[in-house]
Design a protein around this ligand. Structure first.
Ligand code: ADP
Ligand code: MG
Ligand code: MG
Length: 950
């Protein structure tokens, strides 16, 4: 007979069936509970329990929501083992064992799945609990919590009942509780008496029957299996599905269920429950950071019902500084907790997010997991843990998601403007950076307003998983309740979103259309507010945002040092001005991958050159055009020279004029008239000439190299400007290394035609300046599919390729980039395409063109230099692709340079992990060094016979 599959994994009493590596099967929570309970290095005090595997979840959905036949017996056996260890029996009227039913997917989904506590309490067993604990208040408090959670999670949500009028059973019961508190004049639920709670329980039960049409089950086993079923059902609940979509978690993973014996933080003042981080998740500092509540249970801390107290002085904030710390209140237990966090961090080698409960002076560990952190903290922790020798360099590099670096580069409120403005409120800084937007008061509004293109800030008392969508669409989140471990803080931290929580100064009006602050400021729906998520300050109006200063971020610099050791791919920038170029160099750019000559005809200081360009465009004869070009020449030269100068000999790829000329034709009469006077023709004639330039489809029209083919003198002027600029710098004892790039090519013959001009001008320039040589390269953009397909030929003339992936994607897909708005969202929604191909390279199609182009190009010219200059150069997934296809460099906007550097390093590390022997980054580096002038001779390419055709 086949062995029965194992569906249930036990933990407790110093042993465990599972361990940390079994997250896929046991979920993150189950796997870590097993590790904490069973690993010899830990064996922490974890209440015994068992985990039902994710395979059961899969079975459940594949078999019309039923369980495998063997499950029941395995659960019964594991439950008996808990009973043996705890010394209580489930359902025992004299001394009942109570359990929690907890969910846990592979990756943590905070607040997404449902947990039910105190399962096993019935009219009968509560009597035993009262007798055993001699604490009826506690017993009834536990009972009313069970009814609340169970009716909400199991009887309503999991049963798929849509609450009438949007008001769910939990909210209804919550109102009963609030009503009772008010009637009795209690500030906290802990102030209610036994009799109050007893009455509340009766009221709850009646309400449940009335609203849900079913009685709250009075049978422990029915409760247990109801709870288990609800966890599985909640995997496909709306909020879990929403969260998965945002976080790109596959639907097929499923959740595990953990059933665990209860420990109680709500039995009195020697009890507590809390949440803590082994390091500060807000800034990365290596200090124990956490919050707790005395005499409370489970989610009370996270839900923000009472203001949680700090576990130690370090964790104090403006709202909690007057509250006693755990360290001062229960020093012995605090020491134990602190010891546990140190052991956990040493064991997991990463920051841990810990849940604990203290029952009658005994500490229990209820959960640990790798803690979410914002980008600032991620960078600091990674580099400090590396220095502490807790992790190696590769681990440190992999710890920071490239997207998280964005946060360090994110704008903040302009300090000058902040100084001048008076804050209207102060809350807890839960997510750093600055943000501004119009105030909205519901998640639904946030979604709707954002869809209209409005920038919004979501203002709520507290957030719950239902708000996730609206939170995602908001610039920032502001809550009036909740602490640093509240739902809003947790979720914002995960996303790296600006967020202020626990802003008690803010009081939201009953109609949820405005808020008032203690200082008397009133902000209505749609009015602008600005948040400083780093300090927790809230401002009225729209304050300007500025970029951050990385020069003073030591951890960032440390990380970049590590990153540069690990990467092979070079990182350049797209820059058109000396200022952008200098900025990019500060961010670590190693050259310019795209310098667009036409930029000098736009914006500031462009009047004169633009006028001359127009003169050139409107010229009829070669003579006229040459004269205009001669006048334009010094402008182009000095413009290029300034940037070459800043780059100090690093390669600068200068792209020759790219856009269709018609784009530059003046439209207003005055400008047209001035141009006419200059050229000595009347406006009517000029207008005729302009009309002659009109094209039906200019993007596919007379642009790029085609201009140079029809007007060789235009190419000539630009090439002369580039080479003279470089030559003059060299004569001044400086360095310069231009790369002349021909855009929009599709055939070798175009390159050959233009190269003749380049070679002629080169000789003339050397002679003119008295130089023996001026270093430069001649190459082309590959942005038309035909160019990629004929790359083997193109490389006969081109010394470098730069993939223009914007146009290559546009032409490869036949998607007009300017018109995708009307259909791309549907493509993504319906999963016709996995991602926006203009953001992340479509590896399957466009990527194949690139791969093919590189292979063919290098077959012809083994030292062909290859890069990318489309927007994709700053997208981390695309950067990783570029590494894999062995490009020499990526080029991106200045602010994305650090992100690309990190992504490049991660690509090298991932590559090495995937194929340890074949292509070690170190080996690639060495190979690169050996080859001439930093142009790596790729073995794979070199071994192929060149397919040179004459
Ligand atoms: P989440 O996935 O939302 O973190 P948990 O399963 O961790 O949900 O449960 C929420 C809270 O319930 C925990 O933080 C813990 O305080 C409490 N809890 C869960 N199981 C137990 C238990 N066996 N004894 C006491 N408290 C528990
Ligand atoms: Mg929960
Ligand atoms: Mg938890």
């Amino acid at each position: 007979m086949a062995k029965t599959p194992k569906y249930v994994y036990f933990f407790g009493g110093g042993r465990a069936d599972g361990n940390e590596s079994m997250k896929n099967l046991l979920g993150g929570k189950g796997a870590n509970l097993a590790e904490m309970a069973g690993h010899p290095a830990l064996r922490l005090p974890v209440p015994p329990g068992f985990t039902i595997t994710t395979e059961v979840c899969t079975h459940y959905y594949e078999h019309k929501r039923t369980y495998p036949g063997e499950l029941k017996a395995q659960v019964t056996k594991a439950l008996a083992e808990i009973e043996r260890l705890v010394g209580k029996k489930f359902g025992d009227p004299a001394d009942p064992l109570l359990v929690s039913v907890r969910s846990g997917a592979r990756r943590s989904m905070p607040g997404m799945m449902e947990t039910v506590l105190n399962v096993g309490l019935t009219e009968q067993t509560i009597q035993g609990l009262i007798k055993k604990t001699n604490n009826p208040r506690f017993a009834y408090d536990a009972y009313r919590r069970l009814i609340m959670m169970y009716s909400d999670v199991v009887m309503e949500k999991a049963a798929g009942i849509e609450p009438k009028g949007g008001k769910g059973i939990r909210k209804i019961l919550d109102e009963r509780l609030e009503h009772m508190k008010r009637a009795k004049g209690c500030a906290n639920d802990t102030d209610l008496t036994v009799e109050d709670l007893k009455a509340l329980v009766a009221e709850f039960k009646a309400k449940v029957r009335e609203v849900l049409g079913k009685a709250f089950p009075d049978d422990p086993h029915e409760q247990l299996w109801g709870g288990i079923g609800a966890v599985f059902a909640s995997w496909n609940g709306k909020r879990a599905v929403d969260y998965r979509r945002i976080e790109k978690i596959p639907d097929a993973w499923g959740t595990a269920v953990t059933v665990q014996s209860m420990v109680f933080g709500n039995m009195g003042d020697d009890c507590a429950t809390g949440v803590a981080f082994s390091r500060n998740p807000g800034n990365g500092e290596n200090s124990f950071y956490g919050e707790y509540l005395v005499n409370a249970q489970g989610e009370d801390v996270v839900a923000g019902i009472r203001t949680p107290a700090p576990i130690n002085d370090y964790s104090k904030n403006a709202q909690s500084e007057h509250l006693p710390t755990l360290e001062s209140l229960m020093p012995e237990l605090y020491k134990q907790l602190d010891d546990n966090r140190k052991r956990l961090e040493k064991h997991y080698k990463d920051m841990q997010d810990i849940e604990f409960t203290i029952q009658n002076g005994v500490l229990y560990m209820l959960q640990c997991r790798v803690g979410k952190r914002n980008g600032v903290a991620a960078v600091r922790m990674a580099t400090e843990m590396h220095k502490e020798r807790l992790i190696d360099i590769h681990t440190a590099i992999m710890r920071v998601a490239p997207g998280q670096l964005v946060e360090l580069l994110l704008p903040m409120l302009d300090p000058k403007a902040e100084k001048a403005a008076a804050p209207i409120a102060k809350g807890l800084p839960a997510g750093p950076g600055g943000a501004r937007g119009r105030a909205v008061f519901s998640s639904k509004d946030a979604v709707e307003w954002a869809a209209r293109g409005e920038k919004v800030i979501l203002v709520r008392e507290e957030t719950s998983p239902e708000d996730v969508d609206g939170m995602h669409k908001s610039q920032a989140i502001l809550t009036s309740k909740g602490g640093m471990t509240s739902h809003a803080a947790l979720v914002a931290r995960g996303w790296g979103k600006c967020c202020i929580v626990g802003c008690a100064d803010v009081e939201i009006a009953g109609d949820e259309k405005s808020f008032r602050t203690k200082k008397g400021a009133v902000v209505r729906e749609g009015e602008w507010v600005s948040l400083n998520g780093t300090s927790g300050l809230v401002y009225e109006g729209s304050l300007p945002l500025v970029d951050v200063d990385l020069d003073h971020n030591a951890s960032f610099k440390d990380l970049m040092k590590l990153v540069d050791k690990a990467r092979v791919l070079k990182v350049r920038t797209n820059a058109d001005t000396p200022r952008d170029a200098a900025q990019a160099v500060k961010f670590g750019a190693e050259g310019i991958g795209l310098f667009r000559t036409e930029h000098m005809f736009y914006g500031e200081g462009s009047d004169k050159p633009l006028f001359l360009l127009r003169k050139m465009i409107m010229s009829k004869t070669l003579e006229e055009r040459r004269r205009a070009l001669d006048e334009l020449f010094p402008h182009v030269k000095s413009d290029i020279k300034a940037t070459l100068d800043v780059m100090e000999g690093m390669p600068v790829t200068v792209r020759l004029l790219d856009p269709p000329l018609h784009e530059f034709v003046p439209h207003d009469e005055q400008k047209l008239a001035a141009l006419g006077r200059e050229l000595g023709v009347d406006t009517a004639e000029l207008r005729r000439r302009a009309e002659g330039l009109h094209e039906n489809n200019p993007m596919l029209g007379h642009r790029g190299v085609r201009l140079g083919i029809t007007y060789p003198e235009v190419t000539e002027m630009q090439v002369r400007a580039i080479l003279e600029a470089a030559g003059e710098l060299i004569k001044d004892g400086k360095k310069a290394f231009p790369e002349i790039m021909i855009p929009v090519t599709s055939a070798l013959s175009e390159l050959v035609d233009q190269k003749a001009i380049v070679e002629r001008v080169y000789k003339q320039t050397c002679a003119k300046l008295g130089l023996r040589r001026i270093p430069f390269l001649y190459g082309t953009m590959i942005e038309i599919p035909r160019a990629a397909l004929t790359a083997g030929r193109m490389a006969e003339s081109a010394e470098f390729f730069s993939f223009g992936t914007n146009d290559l994607t546009q032409m490869g897909f036949g998607f007009s980039r300017d018109d995708i708005g009307s259909f791309l969202p549907d493509y993504l929604d319906k999963k016709i395409l996995p991602t926006d191909p203009f953001q992340t390279i479509d590896e399957e199609g466009i990527g194949e063109l690139i791969r093919f182009g590189i292979e063919r190009g290098r077959a012809t010219r083994p030292d062909l230099k290859v890069g990318i200059c489309g927007e994709h150069g700053g997208d981390s997934d695309s950067v990783k692709f570029c590494h894999r296809v062995r490009m020499n460099y990526v080029s991106c906007s200045p602010f994305r340079v650090p992100i690309a550097r990190l992504a490049a390093a991660q690509a090298a590390i991932e590559d090495q992990a995937a194929a340890p022997a074949a292509k070690k980054p170190a080996a690639r580096k060495a190979a690169a060094k050996k080859s001439v002038a930093g142009k790596p001779a790729k073995k794979a390419a070199a071994s192929k016979k060149p397919v040179r055709r004459k």
